[in-house]
Design a protein around this ligand. Sequence first.
Ligand code: DLL
Length: 442
Amino acid sequence: MKECGAKVEHRIWNPRSERMSSDERAQLQLERLQATLQKVSRNVKFYRRHFEEIKFEPEDLKSLSDLSRLPFTGKNDLRDNYPYGLFAVPLREVVRIHSSSGTTGKPTVVGYTKNDLDTWAEIVARMMTAAGVTADDVVQIAFSYGLFTGGFGLHYGAEKIGASVIPSSSGNTKKQIMIMQDFKTTALVCTPSYALYLVETMEEMGVDPRSLSLKWGLFGGEPWSERMREEIEGRLFITATDNYGLSEVMGPGVSGECLCKNGQHIAEDVFIVEVVDPQTLKPVPEGEWGELVITTIHKEAFPVIRYRTRDLSRMMSDQCACGRTNRRIARIKGRTDDMLIIRGVNLFPSQIEDLLMKIEGVEPHYQLIVDRINNLDTLEVLVECNEKMMTDMVRGLESLQKKIENEIRELYQVGAKVRLVEPRTLQRFEGKAQRVIDKRKL
Ligand code: DLL
């Protein structure tokens, strides 16, 4: 067991569920998986048909490893069954509906029964407790409240803990800061990119983050890097943790870091997480990187079997110093569909972010523009430099630009053109950041 550097008390919301032995957990997962398969094969035509095609009866599932015999479910299956085709209960039992927009086509629709909402609040309460939040905290939720699962999902978990919840929702950045000052917010919940935007706006407004009551930052909804964590923690004077989820399987709460900040504990009594090779779709050896595939085992309205998330991570099964036994996933590296292939080289925006964050003189705001000119892929990296750098001589800027270009080439074998832009000129985001413009698809 690795020592945890955090000098804090590790509170656990539900020790019964978060400290199970691996045998106990496997038994619970098996029972819940069997019940889920029975239910979907009875109530959801899509799954019944899939099971028939491979001559699978729910009773055939004798062990957790049998799950890998079942077909995957993808975003398109959700779209094809829009809006309610995959619901496993009549609409009368559904008390909440959310939806995820995506970039193209019909949105996907997900539903929750009363019990599902309880389960959701429970796993978010666990995740928030792991990230330091208690009943004494004032939690500002700057995720949008609406069809997106971020706002409402995190809200009910925070209330369950007994924290004082401020549903400030997204946008209105100056007002968010005023609320933070006046209401004495101690925990900020939003995307990591919005946290940075908030700090920047504070600086513009002349608000010293040290004068606030902020202690915790719970960030998720988009990929970010370890460097970005350091940046946020250093500028906001808080402890920042990462949490993950997706609407198709529930929303936020699927996994979250504890204060050891070394992987996100999965709510394993509600989800079974597999890691597969995105090409072969076979499970990867324990601990290797691959795509997360998630099966819900404790949901009524909208159970999903083997949902392909497209998110890349790896399983961490060593014992965590916080005392939880739930296995963890590593920080999400990116999505298989975010991966840029530039002249045959695979590159994730998070890799560029990681590199930029280590370079003196630039701000953590960047944009990648990919194009195809004369049949050759090109990558342009727009990076904001900081005020100090901008006032230095032009020669300094040129050498900074070359330095970044060289590092990208050396580290990732990609030729990129770097363009330094003035501070605060790239777009800021109140929700999820859009870092890539791929003109090749236009
Ligand atoms: O983003 C749910 C959520 C809200 C999670 C707030 C955490 C906090 P969707 O809109 O369905 O749901 O988007 C899900 O966002 O498949 C990932 O690609 C990405 N994502 C979410 N959290 C993280 C994270 C919500 N911590 C998609 N790190 C997922 C990296 C994340 N990517």
